[in-house]
Design a protein around this ligand. Structure first.
Ligand SMILES: [Mn+2]
Length: 393
């Protein structure tokens, strides 16, 4: 079964069929996978990487198929690019366990194998990395191994493969829109976190679109309008229950000592979350989710608004006594890292025992990417100190 690259829809359909075929006669496979938040950036980066790589490579989404329902923005893009949801590959479809042990993996939008993949694969399986997160130091021999600061990982993927960008066909416009979707949404339409990588990718992809004939009845490229369409679809979440909002854009880590921390990023503010169901029910909902995930530490980060209206908040909750001191340790690190935290509404969400605190975060640049290392460090250090003390007893 050969891979057809004349449109993204065809590419995805033939790639899936070809992969399923290969599973019947195990032979080395190539896959590319984004991070488990499966945001537009991970989605776009994995598909773009797969398309541009000459070796047949299948893009996987790091979530079960059912979770596609939590991402209205992906439905928007799938419709726009005429990709059928049936042709996507998910962590449970086909199951990762069905892939041969020799599978070669490229990581985009993260740089270390996530726990779900670690069950089946090792660092040695990782053969390529393109990412814009903190370098976790894994797979030093990966080729490419590009880890650079950028608004969107898709910008790095686009720039890396610029030389092999197709020279003809409608797929040019589709690839361009997919790359632009990620670059624009991750930089809030080039107003936030923009780097040279993003500017260069956007310039290149827009030049592709502008050089294409406008279809009969079609419209000229309008960046703002394109961005608004994605932004609005992404924000279409009012109907979602709290559990879905929490798991929608979710990341978790298990430290070497076995302690688990998870952070939800939510596109509403804390007062919206607590007002729509009452504070007790909101907190109970967060706790239930944390228990379901067997966490020691849970955090909710909120963002809302655009431009001057943009606002960040942060809630951190230690769920058992053994990690209680993490909160104070985190506050100290947050101050050093200049997160500019200010107690949220006179402590309106803080618990009396110091196990839970919420802040407005006036450092608007620091997202989960910057905050998660601080939380993880705090969790590790507090336990180290504790371990130290215990060993002296
Ligand atoms: Mn990203």
């Amino acid at each position: 079964m050969s891979i057809i690259r004349t449109s993204l829809g065809q590419f995805m359909s033939t790639t899936r069929a070809s992969l399923l075929q290969s599973l019947k006669a195990p032979k080395p496979l190539h896959i590319v996978i984004g991070n488990e938040s499966v945001d537009i950036d991970s989605f776009a980066s994995s598909i773009l990487y797969a398309y541009y790589t000459p070796t047949p490579t299948a893009p996987f989404l790091s979530m079960p198929r059912a979770d596609l329902a939590l991402r209205p923005e992906l439905h928007h893009l799938l419709a726009l690019l005429q990709i059928s949801p049936d042709d996507l590959l998910f962590a449970n479809d086909p199951p990762l366990s069905a892939l041969p042990k020799s599978t070669r993996i490229a990581l985009v939008d993260h740089n270390k194998l996530e726990p779900a993949l670690r069950v089946f694969f090792q660092d040695a399986n990782v053969r390529g990395i393109i990412d814009h997160h903190e370098d976790e130091g894994g797979s030093p021999n990966a080729k490419p191994r590009i880890i650079e600061t950028s608004g969107s990982c898709a910008s790095l993927v686009t720039n890396y493969f610029k030389e092999v960008f197709p020279t003809t066909g409608v797929v040019r416009g589709e690839l361009a829109r997919l790359g632009l979707a990620a670059a624009l949404i991750d930089t809030t339409n080039l107003t936030n976190k923009v780097t040279e990588h993003d500017l260069s990718a956007v310039e290149f992809l827009e030049s592709v679109i502008n050089a294409m004939p406008v279809e009969h009845g079609g419209e000229k490229w309008d960046r703002q309008k394109f961005f608004n369409g994605i932004w609005d679809s992404k924000n279409d979440i009012d109907h979602m229950p709290l559990r879905d909002l929490l798991r929608k854009d979710w990341k978790e880590w298990t430290e070497d000592n076995g302690k688990k921390v998870g952070i939800a990023a939510i596109l509403r503010d804390l007062s919206w979350l607590q007002d729509r169901q009452g504070q007790d029910s909101f907190l109970q909902g967060v706790k239930s989710w944390a228990e379901e995930r067997e966490l020691d530490l849970v955090s909710v980060m909120t963002t809302i608004g655009q431009g001057d209206e943009f606002k960040r908040e942060l809630m951190v909750w230690a769920l058992n006594d053994s990690v209680k001191e993490t909160i104070a340790a985190f506050e100290e690190k947050a101050q050093k890292a200049d997160l500019k935290l200010q107690v949220w509404r006179d402590g309106g969400l803080d618990s009396t025992d110091g196990e839970r605190k919420a802040w407005r975060q006036f450092n608007l640049v620091a997202s989960r990417k910057q905050v998660s290392p601080l939380l993880r460090e705090s969790l590790r250090e507090v336990l180290e100190v504790k371990g130290g003390r215990e060993s002296k007893v």
